[in-house]
Design a protein around this ligand. Sequence first.
Ligand SMILES: [Zn+2]
Length: 388
Amino acid sequence: MTIESILAKLVSFPVLGGESNMSIITWIREYIESHNITTTLVPNEEGNKASLHCRIGPEVDGGVILSGHTDVVPVEGQEWTTNPFKLTDKGDGKLYGRGSCDMKGFVACCLAALPDMVKANLKKPIYFAFSYDEEVGCLAGPELAKAIKTHYTETPKYAIIGEPSLMEPIVGQKGIYILETYVNGSAGHSSRIKQEVSAIHEAMRLILWLENKMNQLIDDKRLDERFHPPHSSIHIGLINGGIAPNVIADKAHFYWDLRTIPMDDTQTIIAEFEAYCREREQELQKIFPDFKIKTIENHPPVIHLDTKKTDDVVALVKRISGNSKLNTVSYAAEAGQFAAEGFQSAICGPGSIAQAHRANEFIAKTELVKGMEMMNKLITELSSSNFQ
Ligand SMILES: [Zn+2]
């Protein structure tokens, strides 16, 4: 199959993050196994979703994992001019379709290069690692990375996560954590604001504490200039509570996210916030004994990526991508999750993140060509007995 026909097939599975991906993963599995490669599925508890991994090449240490996700973001409410789940060539050098860029383009490169990988005399192996539910918070990445580590007797050394980066090596990614805070106050007539505890007023105090915390980190010069912005950010994106201007709100809650640079520890920030919440509770329970603040996880944290310039994976990705400029990103990806399992990791893949998640998503055909060039160079590298 050509890369375009593989990509068209992948795009035709409308598997959104959070949904069962068995249709697309079964097709991918059959395709890989038709090339005499054994695959392993890593199913979720309900058995309606699965990641897949496989090894091509010898059972020796030091191989390279190629990682991609099989889910895409929704198209609802977006103005598509073509069927998003039918790869469309309008003759303008671009292939349109949901996931064409993020990130079925890369998965298609892996699959299109498979026959050459099988034929090559690889001295070090290549692994495919295809996950689900990446778009709803990189939920399957940690288990997949762990499964690869425990399943094989040998240990891969590198992981390349093919998120769209215009083939530029990405070596840093902020950690991301999404939380929800609930404040339980007491209702009453607005004139009694000093006798009751307004959940809104207290929520505001907590929000200001969070903003001040971010500013304090900046003032303390906790900066990592590789990132834009160079500091950890704390942002409250949704708030509600209360029913009327003359009624004290007994309930308020807000959603917030924390994007941390590698030097800042998410758990330390949360612990400080929790300590402040306990302080407020003690104070206000004197007025209203049931006053309570509760913070829960909206999404499990997605760990940061902090690959050092001197790590071997950087040299490898520079060589095979043909790009030497290193970059960082502020979006969530599975790279940090693979790094957490001890694989040297970098993000590098065809297509631009600017085209991801929007209407009329596309991948330029030239990007697919570059993606295939990277696969070919990787095969050449791994076929050399000098490869480290
Ligand atoms: Zn993606």
